[in-house]
Design a protein around this ligand. Sequence first.
Ligand code: SF4
Length: 512
Amino acid sequence: MRNLILLLGDQLDTAISSLAGADPAQDRILMVEAEEEGRYVPHHPQKIVFILSALRHFAEGLRGRGFSVDYIKLDDPANSGSLDGELARARSRLQPERILLTEPGEWRLLDRFRQRQADWPELTLLPDERFFCSADWFANWAAGRKQLRMEFFYREMRRRSGLLMTSEGQPEGGSWNFDQDNRKALPAGHPVPEQPHFPMDAITCEVAALVAARFADHYGQLEGFDYPVTHADAEALWQRFRQQALARFGDYQDAMAVDQRWLFHARIAAALNIGLLDPRRVCLDVQADWQAGLIPLNAAEGFIRQILGWREYVRGIYWLLMPEYAERNAFGNQRDLPAFYWTGKTRMRCMQQAIGQTLEHAYAHHIQRLMVTGNFALLAGIEPKQICDWYLAVYMDAFDWVELPNTLGMVMHADGGYLGSKPYCSSGQYIKRMSDYCGGCSYKVSEQTGARACPFNALYWHFVMRHREQLGSNPRMAMVYRNLQRMPEAKQQALWQWGEHLLERLDAGEML
Ligand code: SF4
């Protein structure tokens, strides 16, 4: 046999580098359902179903193209439970001339396979070319810069890709971003698009039964699985978004509303991250819709910035700074993650909504993650590793390369500022402005201290006060510290004491 090609669960793309030039007559493909990959953090059961079902469907497609696929199921009695363990078995069974693997998207696995290369000289790691920007290009771009900022990276990527650029090399519409247009709350009663549904087929049902039996100890609901697991279904989800939601995506991308989980979001991140959709193609589609006059520029630019800007930037930061990056803890946080992150049992309605839908669907949109669950973890001083592991476990689209910088950097500001020039922190006022959560909450967003007061309020000021030394000289925090200075001493004392009280309650394992 010539080549043995190991395909991982997030490499389900026939254009991936390990499959380039693959010949069904001479090469063989290995696909593995590894128990370890479902357990190294307690992944949401729907996420495990999603990846395994997509893996099985992709294997069927490859067989249909004439490839021989060695597919190792989770419950195969001989399955060693790890990817490298199964590659070792296949290697001795098949004795290939070469083993090909596109570089895994996680440092944990890349490091493991690199170490294996010492014993397996026939193992070749190939670059993952599914991104606009390679790790090497990013490292070159970053070299010598005093400060790394997504905005400057994004402009460079716009120029390189030509997306939303004029023939004179200027950004369309005369501006690099339209953030100021993209911060609208959803008006009461505003209609939101219907979501397409993806009923489970026989393969997905079989996987779901297996996951129910083997991962019953993981948090999150298995019932109600409704994600595309094939390229065709992912395409249907994408086309539906283009037709029904994209035009309003920009306006309401930061909005939150009770029991409205999807709003105008595409919810394609999981499909993109495992290879069911191509990021270049979706950006070109969005540009084409804008050029055809179907969507406004703020929607097109807001969407493209997420893919071409943030998604590529966080991946660049990840590969630039791992593995040391994962250990960063700029604020020295030590607090344990409150139990309600795993159960949703809290009186804070915003947290109930964000965590509840996460347990139900393995999904919350970016502002729920950043300004509700993330904001709370930042204000409460949760240890970064614990909150990072939570995000990695519970979200359908969370893979280490994208989740870690987003959580450790953007949410927790624990990397010292690569993902934001200031922490994304706020009192309950931001949540009130961007959602209808506060109206039905047990707490009063207008109150700062006392049993009825919104916990975000005192925790916000406690955060601002306890990190005065680190943040006080940050120009983007100047107004916050001026407001603190203007605050009467007695009020500052009261906020500090109420913040301390809330943190003590968290430490005692009490529900807020
Ligand atoms: Fe959240 Fe506070 Fe609003 Fe309640 S009052 S929903 S805790 S922001």
